[in-house]
Each structure stands twice: as C-alpha cells, then as structure tokens.
Ligand binder design. Structure first.
Ligand SMILES: [Ca+2]
Length: 489
C-alpha cells in the first residue's frame, strides 16, 4: 500500500469512525431526551410563608432554597390541601383531596391500628410511579401510619430512612426509645431511634444533616434509574433545636426562639444546596424536577413568620394554607418566573405523571393537574377554577375561586377579595352588597357539592391513644358534621 492509498484508507477509516461517534452521540442524546424525569419533593414542616428569601425574608438567609425559585418558578399563590401536617401530606402524596378517603386529621401513632393512614384503596406517588420503572425513597417524616402494613416499604417506597410519627427530637443522643410500642406518655414518640427501612439504627448527627446526607447518597445511588425522592424534613417543626454550626449564623437575632428557628431553616437550606450540587455532579440536573414547599403555614409555637398573611397552622386563612412553594426543572421550565395563579400541592403527582407519561387511566381521578404546560406558557388558563378546604374536626369550610376566598366557621360567613386584601381583613359580606352575597352563595354551593363527595373520618386521630391499654381500635365514626347549613350572611 503506497502513501496515497494509506491516506485514503485512513480518511475512510476516520469517516466511518466519525459516523459511528455521531450515531453514538445521537443515541445518547435521544436517550437523554426520552428518559423519564426524576422527581424530588423537598417538604419542610410548619415553615412560615415569609421564611424564605424568595418570599422576602430579611433575617433568615436561604440562598439554596432561593435557587429553586430563581432558576425555576416561584409560586406566589401556592397552596396545600390542609393547614396541618398529616392531611396535607396525604393530599400531596395521593394528588387527591384527603377527605375523599376520610383522612381528616393527624392519625394516631398507635402501632396496633391498621387503618390510621392512607387506605390501600388509594395510590401514593411512589405506588403510581413504580410500574413506570421508578425507584422511590422517603427520608424523614412519614406520618402516614405506624402499623407495619402502612410502613413506607409497604406503600411503594423502596427506601426509607426516618421516623413514622409526626415530629421528632433533633439530637442523636435524645433518640433513646427503641419502638413505638414502648411509649408510655405523650410526645415520647419523638424520641424513637431512626429507622432504615424496618431496622432501628443509631445516628450521630443533627437530624436535618442526617436526612440531607441520606438524600445525597440516594441520588448518587439511583442516578441511572428514574427516581422519586421525598425529602420530608421535620424542620422547622417543634421542638426548637439547632446545632451550634447553624446557631452561630444567627447570633445577632436576640429572640431565642426566632434564632433557633432561623438556624433550623438554615440547616434545611444547606441540605437543599447539597441536593442541587449532587444533581449537577451526577449529570442529572436538567432532567430532575425539584419541588420545594412547606406542609402548612407557620405555626404559632415555632416563631415562624407568615408575613402579611392572616393566621397560621390550623387556620382556614391564608397563613394556614398558602405556603412557600417553588419548582425547578432546567430543561423545561424557564428561569426566574413568578407564577401568580393558584396552584396546589395536589398538582405534584399529576405533574410527574403527565411528564413521565404514566398511564393512570385505571386509577381514581386526581384533583391535581400537570403544572408544566402552565409554567411554559403553553396553557394560558388557570390550573384550578376553585380550591377547597374542609376541617371536619373543627368545623370550618373554605374555598378560593379567582382570588375570592369564602370561609365559613360553624355558620359564621366571610368573604375576602385577595386581590386587594391579602391579609383577609375586610369581610365583604359586612358591606351589604348583593354582588358579594351572590358570590358567597355561589362558592358555598360549589363547596356543598364537593363536600358530598367526601368521607367521614376513617380512623382515630392523634390524641385518642389510650396509653394504658392502647385501645384505639374502639374508635367509632363520628356523624358527618353540618358546617354551613345555617349560614348567616
Ligand atoms: Ca406541619
């Protein structure tokens, strides 16, 4: 072979090589495009609406949480389906109003009660995504039942690291109870040792740090699978406890409760930073949808700040149900957008189902919608004509339609226009205006129709556990209440 032929041969070889590389690149790129998106839901507990930088916090710095909003969408009108932990989480996880299946309050943590959680007739996000090839993990607070049959591993989650009840002590040395069956007095369940799946484990670090480290490990381990990671921080729920590392950042805050609360939020923020960094390092940043929100508004006992919003945790007012809420998905959602139409935690399941193209035609119908077309501008409408809230135990009803907020508390009627009264200070029904009365009646009728679809309480709630003989199975169903039948306008 002479030199000319050699050159021809080499050029031909190079052409074949280039074509192969192109083909490989194109296959990789098409795999990337068609790979189902990962979903991470970072949920905080009892965090105030204003206690993130992206909602205007001045004393608490949350640069990492803010990245989710700044590099994605900030929801100014982001709602949860109930202003208390348990029901709110049941709504988020199923994408359905939790009262549809009788989840009206925080479930008892009596481990002998096999129905105090999400019933088997409902599917949570992990269960919905499993047939589509997803691996799911939950870190932190479960609160969806303590009976072995209701354990996260029995409810679609491949990996669980955390605790089953509704709150927890933050320092490892305080986790001394081996099992819920050993609890003899109220709140002692906050001291159970953590569980890795069904095994009790000893830990050494501040709880929020433990959960963040686990999130990093999960992402690294599962990066090649489509995954759902539910990071259910119990911070900044009481007890107010923070480690020195975070307290030192807020030595200038004089109020001790607020200082500790700020430090607890700061620990979560560090965790969010670790999660975002890991996604980038593992090359799955673009293909991962990250939601951040709180499970209800700031509580009265944890020094949280709901800003201009009225009330807080447990209330039908905005301070109870409107929460810090943002989503980031670099490959699809434009950066730095504020979205002002009402969205709900109920939308999270519908969003991943829509984007991962999971067939749920045989499942019960969802109350949430896929938010992505609204966030890309493809759909100019509003995700929800109306959102509803019902508190069976305390007897109030509420709805929101085009920023018109209806509240009824045992017959006491209120109507607010959030467009110019975000603090719900002016009850428009006091103005003796026919238009306002008719708007109220319209929302009440809508509410009653929705209420007809709901169920009575399905299980005993927290506080009904008799510690002496743990006899909550004697729970009897209450009669359906009749809130709002005698509205006085
Ligand atoms: Ca909560």
């Amino acid at each position: 072979m002479n030199m000319k032929n050699n050159l021809k041969y080499l050029l031909a070889l190079f052409a074949v090589y280039s074509l192969s590389i192109q083909a490989i690149n194109s296959t990789i790129s098409s795999n990337k495009q068609t790979k189902k998106p990962n979903l991470i839901v970072i949920l905080t507990d009892d965090q105030g609406y204003k206690d993130v930088g992206f909602n205007g916090s001045t004393d608490i710095k949350t640069p990492n949480i803010d990245r989710i909003a700044n590099e994605g969408t900030r929801f100014t009108h982001g709602y949860v389906s109930y202003p208390v932990c348990g029901p709110s989480r049941a709504g988020l996880l199923t994408g359905r109003y939790q009262d549809r299946f009788g989840f009206v309050g925080n479930p008892t943590i009596d481990p002998t009660v096999d129905n105090a959680g999400i019933p088997k007739t409902e599917k949570n996000i992990a269960e919905v995504l499993k047939p589509a090839g997803y691996t799911s993990g939950i870190l932190g607070k479960w609160h969806m039942g303590t009976h072995p049959d209701l354990h996260p591993n029995k409810r679609g989650f491949d990996h669980f690291f955390g605790f089953l009840s509704g709150g927890h002590q933050y320092f490892a040395e305080d986790l001394t109870i081996n099992d819920l069956s050993q609890v003899t007095k109220k709140w002692q369940w906050y001291r159970t040792r953590l569980l890795r799946n069904t095994t009790r484990v000893d830990t050494t670090e501040y709880l929020t740090d433990e959960l963040s480290n686990e999130a990093v490990d999960f992402i690294k381990r599962e990066k090649d699978n489509p995954f759902f990671l539910y990071v259910a921080y119990n911070a900044p729920h009481t007890p107010l406890q923070a480690s020195k590392k975070y307290l030192d950042r807020y030595s200038h805050i004089k109020n001790k409760k607020r200082k500790t609360y700020a430090a607890m939020v700061s620990a979560v923020d560090d965790g969010v930073g670790q999660i975002l960094l890991t996604l980038k390092e593992q090359g799955i940043d673009d293909n991962t949808i990250v939601f951040f929100l709180s499970d209800n508004g700031g509580a009265k006992n944890n020094a949280s700040d709901n800003g201009e919003l009225r009330g807080g945790k447990t209330d039908p007012f905005e301070g109870g149900v409107r929460v810090p809420f943002a989503v980031r998905w670099p490959s699809k959602i434009p950066a730095g957008i504020d979205y002002h139409k009402a969205v709900s935690s109920l939308d999270i399941l519908a969003t991943i189902v829509g984007e991962a193209k999971v067939d749920i035609s045989k499942n019960k119908s969802l109350d949430g919608v896929n938010l992505i077309p609204y966030l890309t501008g493809e759909n100019k409408g509003q995700p929800h004509d109306v959102l509803f809230w019902r508190s069976f135990d305390t007897g109030w009803a509420a709805s929101l339609a085009n920023n018109s907020k209806m509240i009824n508390t045992k017959g006491n009627a209120k109507l607010f226009n959030l467009n110019d009264d975000i603090g719900e200070q002016t009850n428009l029904l006091k103005k003796n205006n026919e238009q306002n009365k008719s708007q109220y009646k319209k929302q009440r009728i809508q509410y009653e129709l929705w209420n007809e679809e709901l169920q009575d309480p399905a299980f005993p709630r927290l506080g009904t556990w008799d510690f002496t003989n743990q006899n909550t199975n004697k729970f009897k169903k209450e009669k359906l209440n009749t809130i709002g039948k005698d509205d006085e306008i």
